[in-house]
Design a protein. Structure first.
Length: 236
Protein backbone atom coordinates (compact mmCIF):
# COMPACT_ATOMS: atom_id res chain seq x y z
CA UNK A 1 0.00 0.00 0.00
CA UNK A 2 1.38 3.39 -0.95
CA UNK A 3 2.33 5.78 1.81
CA UNK A 4 2.30 3.05 4.46
CA UNK A 5 4.80 0.27 3.79
CA UNK A 6 8.36 0.99 4.91
CA UNK A 7 11.51 0.25 2.95
CA UNK A 8 12.49 -2.29 5.61
CA UNK A 9 9.24 -4.18 5.01
CA UNK A 10 9.66 -3.97 1.25
CA UNK A 11 13.16 -5.46 1.47
CA UNK A 12 11.71 -8.38 3.43
CA UNK A 13 8.94 -8.83 0.84
CA UNK A 14 11.50 -8.73 -1.98
CA UNK A 15 13.55 -11.41 -0.29
CA UNK A 16 10.49 -13.62 0.05
CA UNK A 17 9.42 -13.07 -3.57
CA UNK A 18 12.88 -14.05 -4.81
CA UNK A 19 13.12 -17.05 -2.48
CA UNK A 20 15.75 -15.56 -0.23
CA UNK A 21 15.81 -15.85 3.52
CA UNK A 22 13.77 -13.18 5.28
CA UNK A 23 16.16 -13.30 8.24
CA UNK A 24 17.82 -9.85 8.38
CA UNK A 25 20.98 -11.49 9.73
CA UNK A 26 21.33 -13.48 6.52
CA UNK A 27 22.38 -11.74 3.35
CA UNK A 28 23.26 -8.43 4.97
CA UNK A 29 25.85 -7.79 2.27
CA UNK A 30 23.17 -7.56 -0.42
CA UNK A 31 20.77 -5.37 1.54
CA UNK A 32 22.12 -2.07 0.12
CA UNK A 33 21.69 -3.46 -3.42
CA UNK A 34 18.11 -4.55 -2.68
CA UNK A 35 17.27 -1.11 -1.28
CA UNK A 36 18.78 0.56 -4.31
CA UNK A 37 16.79 -1.71 -6.63
CA UNK A 38 13.53 -0.80 -4.88
CA UNK A 39 14.42 2.89 -5.02
CA UNK A 40 15.19 2.73 -8.75
CA UNK A 41 12.03 0.78 -9.52
CA UNK A 42 9.86 3.38 -7.79
CA UNK A 43 11.83 6.19 -9.44
CA UNK A 44 11.14 4.94 -12.96
CA UNK A 45 7.50 4.22 -12.19
CA UNK A 46 7.13 7.77 -10.88
CA UNK A 47 8.53 9.26 -14.06
CA UNK A 48 6.75 6.91 -16.44
CA UNK A 49 3.24 8.09 -15.66
CA UNK A 50 1.47 11.19 -14.36
CA UNK A 51 -0.07 9.58 -11.29
CA UNK A 52 -3.29 11.52 -10.54
CA UNK A 53 -2.88 11.28 -6.76
CA UNK A 54 0.48 13.05 -7.10
CA UNK A 55 -1.03 16.14 -8.73
CA UNK A 56 -0.82 19.38 -6.75
CA UNK A 57 -1.83 23.00 -7.21
CA UNK A 58 0.10 25.68 -5.39
CA UNK A 59 -0.24 29.48 -5.38
CA UNK A 60 2.49 32.06 -5.05
CA UNK A 61 1.54 35.64 -4.19
CA UNK A 62 3.68 38.21 -5.96
CA UNK A 63 5.68 40.80 -4.06
CA UNK A 64 6.35 44.15 -5.67
CA UNK A 65 9.87 44.39 -7.14
CA UNK A 66 10.66 40.75 -6.25
CA UNK A 67 12.26 38.86 -9.14
CA UNK A 68 12.99 35.40 -7.67
CA UNK A 69 10.78 33.05 -5.66
CA UNK A 70 11.25 29.66 -4.02
CA UNK A 71 9.64 26.62 -5.61
CA UNK A 72 6.69 25.34 -3.52
CA UNK A 73 8.36 22.99 -1.06
CA UNK A 74 6.42 19.84 -1.93
CA UNK A 75 6.39 20.33 -5.72
CA UNK A 76 8.86 18.73 -8.12
CA UNK A 77 10.23 21.67 -10.09
CA UNK A 78 11.00 19.35 -13.01
CA UNK A 79 7.34 18.36 -13.24
CA UNK A 80 5.63 21.74 -13.28
CA UNK A 81 2.90 21.32 -15.87
CA UNK A 82 1.50 24.85 -16.21
CA UNK A 83 1.48 28.28 -14.61
CA UNK A 84 -1.34 30.82 -14.70
CA UNK A 85 -1.81 34.35 -13.40
CA UNK A 86 -4.89 36.25 -12.23
CA UNK A 87 -3.20 39.58 -12.95
CA UNK A 88 -5.94 40.51 -15.41
CA UNK A 89 -8.83 39.10 -13.33
CA UNK A 90 -9.29 35.92 -15.41
CA UNK A 91 -6.68 33.19 -15.17
CA UNK A 92 -4.22 33.57 -18.04
CA UNK A 93 -1.40 31.27 -19.13
CA UNK A 94 2.16 32.28 -18.21
CA UNK A 95 4.72 31.09 -20.76
CA UNK A 96 7.93 29.38 -19.73
CA UNK A 97 11.20 30.80 -21.03
CA UNK A 98 12.67 34.29 -20.50
CA UNK A 99 14.93 35.65 -23.25
CA UNK A 100 17.30 38.57 -23.63
CA UNK A 101 14.74 40.17 -25.95
CA UNK A 102 12.29 40.21 -23.06
CA UNK A 103 14.74 42.21 -20.96
CA UNK A 104 14.87 44.77 -23.78
CA UNK A 105 11.18 45.40 -23.08
CA UNK A 106 11.21 45.24 -19.27
CA UNK A 107 14.74 45.20 -17.90
CA UNK A 108 14.62 43.40 -14.55
CA UNK A 109 18.26 44.32 -13.90
CA UNK A 110 17.24 47.98 -13.95
CA UNK A 111 14.18 47.37 -11.77
CA UNK A 112 11.49 47.62 -14.47
CA UNK A 113 8.13 46.30 -13.23
CA UNK A 114 4.70 45.70 -14.76
CA UNK A 115 1.45 43.74 -14.42
CA UNK A 116 0.70 40.98 -15.18
CA UNK A 117 3.58 38.54 -15.08
CA UNK A 118 3.99 37.15 -18.60
CA UNK A 119 6.81 34.60 -18.36
CA UNK A 120 8.62 32.38 -15.88
CA UNK A 121 11.67 30.15 -15.79
CA UNK A 122 13.87 28.14 -13.44
CA UNK A 123 17.20 29.66 -12.47
CA UNK A 124 19.93 29.42 -9.86
CA UNK A 125 20.71 33.04 -9.08
CA UNK A 126 22.88 32.10 -6.10
CA UNK A 127 20.23 30.70 -3.75
CA UNK A 128 19.67 27.31 -5.38
CA UNK A 129 16.85 26.48 -7.76
CA UNK A 130 14.33 29.31 -7.84
CA UNK A 131 11.62 30.68 -10.10
CA UNK A 132 12.18 33.93 -11.96
CA UNK A 133 9.15 35.92 -13.10
CA UNK A 134 9.14 38.47 -15.92
CA UNK A 135 8.37 41.26 -15.82
CA UNK A 136 8.92 41.79 -12.14
CA UNK A 137 5.58 42.46 -10.44
CA UNK A 138 4.60 45.96 -9.45
CA UNK A 139 2.08 44.88 -6.81
CA UNK A 140 1.51 42.57 -3.85
CA UNK A 141 -1.79 41.07 -4.97
CA UNK A 142 -1.17 39.13 -8.20
CA UNK A 143 -1.29 35.35 -7.74
CA UNK A 144 0.65 32.83 -9.81
CA UNK A 145 -0.96 29.37 -9.76
CA UNK A 146 1.30 26.36 -10.35
CA UNK A 147 -0.02 22.96 -11.40
CA UNK A 148 2.28 19.98 -11.34
CA UNK A 149 3.28 16.96 -9.30
CA UNK A 150 4.54 16.28 -5.81
CA UNK A 151 8.14 15.37 -5.19
CA UNK A 152 8.89 11.68 -5.02
CA UNK A 153 9.37 10.73 -1.40
CA UNK A 154 12.65 9.35 -0.06
CA UNK A 155 13.12 5.60 -0.17
CA UNK A 156 16.57 5.22 1.35
CA UNK A 157 16.27 4.67 5.10
CA UNK A 158 14.50 1.70 6.66
CA UNK A 159 11.72 3.91 8.01
CA UNK A 160 11.02 5.66 4.69
CA UNK A 161 7.62 4.71 3.24
CA UNK A 162 6.87 4.10 -0.42
CA UNK A 163 5.18 6.84 -2.43
CA UNK A 164 3.76 4.42 -5.00
CA UNK A 165 2.20 1.00 -4.42
CA UNK A 166 4.55 -1.36 -2.61
CA UNK A 167 3.25 -4.52 -4.30
CA UNK A 168 3.87 -3.05 -7.74
CA UNK A 169 7.38 -1.93 -6.81
CA UNK A 170 8.35 -5.23 -5.19
CA UNK A 171 6.91 -7.34 -8.02
CA UNK A 172 8.78 -5.49 -10.76
CA UNK A 173 11.96 -5.39 -8.68
CA UNK A 174 11.68 -9.15 -8.12
CA UNK A 175 11.28 -9.75 -11.87
CA UNK A 176 14.49 -7.81 -12.47
CA UNK A 177 16.35 -9.63 -9.71
CA UNK A 178 15.25 -13.07 -10.88
CA UNK A 179 16.28 -12.54 -14.50
CA UNK A 180 19.12 -14.94 -15.28
CA UNK A 181 18.45 -16.91 -12.11
CA UNK A 182 14.94 -18.20 -12.72
CA UNK A 183 13.67 -16.78 -16.00
CA UNK A 184 10.33 -18.59 -15.82
CA UNK A 185 9.52 -17.09 -12.43
CA UNK A 186 10.92 -13.75 -13.56
CA UNK A 187 8.56 -13.71 -16.55
CA UNK A 188 5.64 -14.60 -14.29
CA UNK A 189 6.49 -11.77 -11.91
CA UNK A 190 6.95 -9.35 -14.79
CA UNK A 191 3.61 -10.26 -16.34
CA UNK A 192 1.85 -9.88 -12.99
CA UNK A 193 3.59 -6.58 -12.33
CA UNK A 194 2.68 -5.17 -15.71
CA UNK A 195 -0.97 -6.21 -15.39
CA UNK A 196 -1.12 -4.50 -12.03
CA UNK A 197 0.59 -1.44 -13.47
CA UNK A 198 -1.96 -1.17 -16.26
CA UNK A 199 -4.85 -1.63 -13.85
CA UNK A 200 -3.48 1.15 -11.69
CA UNK A 201 -3.16 3.38 -14.72
CA UNK A 202 -6.83 2.86 -15.35
CA UNK A 203 -6.51 0.71 -18.49
CA UNK A 204 -4.05 -0.13 -21.23
CA UNK A 205 -3.81 3.27 -22.89
CA UNK A 206 -0.91 3.54 -25.24
CA UNK A 207 1.29 6.57 -24.89
CA UNK A 208 3.25 7.84 -27.86
CA UNK A 209 6.56 6.01 -28.00
CA UNK A 210 5.56 3.81 -25.07
CA UNK A 211 4.88 0.15 -24.42
CA UNK A 212 1.50 -1.40 -23.89
CA UNK A 213 1.33 -5.19 -24.32
CA UNK A 214 2.57 -7.31 -21.45
CA UNK A 215 3.57 -10.91 -20.96
CA UNK A 216 4.97 -11.79 -24.39
CA UNK A 217 7.78 -14.28 -24.82
CA UNK A 218 10.25 -11.67 -26.00
CA UNK A 219 13.47 -11.33 -23.94
CA UNK A 220 13.00 -9.82 -20.52
CA UNK A 221 13.93 -6.14 -20.39
CA UNK A 222 16.15 -4.46 -17.86
CA UNK A 223 13.58 -2.13 -16.34
CA UNK A 224 16.34 -0.11 -14.68
CA UNK A 225 17.91 0.85 -17.97
CA UNK A 226 14.48 1.50 -19.50
CA UNK A 227 12.61 4.45 -18.03
CA UNK A 228 9.40 3.16 -19.62
CA UNK A 229 9.42 0.31 -17.07
CA UNK A 230 6.73 -1.66 -18.86
CA UNK A 231 7.57 -5.00 -20.33
CA UNK A 232 7.68 -5.35 -24.11
CA UNK A 233 6.35 -3.87 -27.28
CA UNK A 234 3.35 -5.40 -28.97
CA UNK A 235 4.74 -8.26 -31.06
CA UNK A 236 3.79 -8.23 -34.72
Amino acid sequence: MRGVTTLEEMVEDLRLETRRSSDPAIGQDEEPALKRLLYRTQFFLYWDFDWPFMKVRRDITMQANERYYDVPSDMDFERIARVRTNGQTDWQKVERGITIDDYNIYDSDNGDTATPVQKWDMIDAGQGDQIEFWPMPDNNTEILRFEGFKKLGNLVSNSDVCTLDDTLIVTLAAAHLLTGQDDKLAQTMLTQGNKLYLRMRGGATRREGGYFIMGSKLPLPDIHNNPTVLAVKNPS
